[in-house]
Ligand binder design. Structure first.
Ligand code: OAD
Length: 241
């Protein structure tokens, strides 16, 4: 069985990282147009650096939860049975990787990386980032920005994601509100490829009606149960995944 999972902020919510659109979420407290656009960075880089520095230091004290761990178990379990789990995430945290998942596609960038606007190199970055930092690759000073996809910018890995969707048996969206495209459109893309679709979220998302099946509850409750069920069903059929 070949599964593509798309994760969103809901998967990391129980690790203590804020979601965006829930009551009390990041975009309820802050204006994304002032913090998450190239124009905002040009107008007030200090405010943008400070926003991502706070999120980075929060991430460094967070830990993966049992939903991240269950997805790693699914990835390993499917691989052992001749199948595949591809994880595509809108999350900029590294909690899937810290839980042991491999080859995670970060379509909205990564908080623990910085990108040089002079040489375009992407470097690991765990400290605070600011306008006087030096690029580890080219040594230019003052050209580093958070390696985050801002509104108005093109997400990463879109071609590869379409290929994965076209080859899947099942597409599962977990912990995402379905409000931000192109990720919100993957369910329609999957359906177009004839792929079964499933939503797992705290509550019905903006495009819940597009999914073939759904389960609602906290990610730490519903994801491990679903993973157990998928692996048990494959084993019960006694066939390769
Ligand atoms: P949102 O904040 O829009 O949606 C999070 C979803 O997770 C909501 O539907 C919640 O109901 C659900 N949720 C909250 N807690 C949960 C839990 N414990 N278990 C399961 N579900 C839970 O976040 P995203 O959909 O990820 O982009 O947002 C997409 C993009 O919008 C982000 O990647 C970010 C943002 O602007 C950029 O920064 C480029």
């Amino acid at each position: 069985m070949n599964i593509v999972v798309l994760t969103g902020a809901g998967v990391s919510a129980e690790s203590g990282l804020g979601t965006f659109r829930d009551k009390g979420g990041l975009w309820a407290k802050y204006d994304p147009m002032k913090l998450a656009t190239p124009e905002a960075f040009a107008a007030d880089p200090a405010a943008v650096y400070a926003f991502y520095n706070a999120r980075r230091s929060n991430l460094l004290t967070a830990a993966p939860n049992v939903a991240h761990e269950a997805l790693t178990r699914l990835q390993t379990g499917l691989a052992a049975r001749g199948g595949r789990l591809s994880i595509v995430t809108q999350n900029v945290d590294d909690l899937h990787e810290r839980a042991g998942s491999r080859d995670v596609l970060h379509m909205h960038g990564e908080l623990l990386k910085a990108r040089c606007l002079s040489c375009h190199a992407v470097s690991e970055w765990r400290a605070d980032l600011g306008g006087t930092d030096r690029c580890p690759a080219c040594s230019a000073v003052g050209w580093l920005r958070p390696h985050i996809v801002w509104f108005g910018e093109m997400p990463f890995n879109l071609g590869e994601i379409q290929t994965l969707l076209s080859e899947a048996d099942l597409f599962v969206a977990i912990g995402t509100s379905g409000a931000v495209y192109p990720a919100a459109g993957f369910v329609q893309d999957a359906r177009m490829y004839g792929v079964r679709t499933r939503e797992m979220n705290l509550e019905p998302s903006d495009n819940h009606y597009r999914f073939d099946e759904s389960a609602y509850g906290s990610a730490t409750g519903i994801v491990p149960r679903w993973v157990d069920g998928v692996l048990a069903a494959i084993d019960a059929r006694g066939e390769a995944a």
